[in-house]
Design a protein around this ligand. Sequence first.
Ligand code: AMP
Ligand code: GLY
Length: 423
Amino acid sequence: MDILVVGGGGREHAVIKALKKSRRAGKIYALPGNGGIAADAECVPVKATDIDGILSFARAKKVDFAVVTPDDPLVLGCVDALESVGVPCFGPNKAAAIIEGSKVFSKELMKKYNIPTAASETFTNAEDAMRYLEGAAFPAVIKADGLALGKGVVIANTLEEGKAAVKEIMCDKVFGASGNSILIEEFLTGPEVSVLSFTDGKIVVPMLSSMDHKRAGDGDTGLNTGGMGTIAPNPYYTEEVARECMEKIFRPTIEAMAREGRPFKGCLYFGLMLTPNGPKVIEYNCRFGDPETQVVLPLLKSDLLEIMLAVRGGVLREDMVRFEDGAACCVVLASAGYPKHYDAGYPITMPTVGPGEEIYVAGAKLRGEELVTAGGRVLGAVATAKTLRRAIERAYELADNIHFENAYKRSDIGSRALAALEE
Ligand code: AMP
Ligand code: GLY
């Protein structure tokens, strides 16, 4: 089967490497892919949001299957467009992708179906939001309704910070129309867990849990980033918590979407917080997480393509999704300065990877034959091992052997998870 993968980050690199292992995988195209992905797939310079360009390419090459991974093409209806010309897809249609595309939608869904989440109020004008904040408890969490490149959430510690956030999102429109509506919600506390799941709209099969490290600096300090590293499985996500999540969150969400006439097929990402009052949903994403995917897929024993085809066909079964017993760690190497200003264009040197190691490239391009940096997050050094401690050590050993000027990485990926394991 010839497969088209829409996207071009580290997550897509991990998806492509996993698909390549399938017996049924033929040619793999990445639109647009990147300089590192080019070693594993044919990269075609079509942007992930260029739906017409993607359609023309899929038709011209007569691809057999498409995998749409990033949020924006999903929310724009890329899957609907491809399916309408006869290309079967892995990924939710537009009606289902709204679960990430609109935080107001997902909050209403959770309220209607009693799915545990932070209490919140929705506002469509700034004055009402400001007035509400006057009486609110702080910290308060302010969220733009629509997609905002992962930056649409502000934790306001004071009334002033809250008002400033409302002004930026609703009046200055820093996220454009995504800020036409906002949510102001209760601040929750507790360990965060990411759970990716496969669902065919009828049953939901969770993958291994993981833990993201979103802040730029060690000890979870500094600015929020797209993710500086991940580990899997997440030690806070015990069997008991998993059972509770299945019963109160995962199954009810899939049923709720089906009842709303928006059956979700694809990868549904549950961003959870394990609060003193039980697990609650912080956010839904309509896709694989980045960099969660980079630690989850290397531990997948089953054939990813077979799972994706079963999801598309509505015939997913639990026994189709099997994981190794071990653990994985991904250390992101970024360009110094990220998530603010950074320089790019520096040559990257990488070692050959050994068994249980992967390098997933996110922000790099080819200059002639040479791979050079081209983004904030440049790549992820990933290792799997029997134990989490060993996976972390090996991921850092691998990361230390990758070189480019201005490289920056956190030095404590996984240390909180290790501490929790050893408590
Ligand atoms: P994202 O939606 O991925 O940009 O995530 C924003 C981050 O904000 C989450 O990972 C949480 O750490 C935090 N967050 C979001 N909602 C809440 C909440 N209600 N209480 C506490 N922290 C939150
Ligand atoms: N790592 C969080 C996300 O993919 O949104």
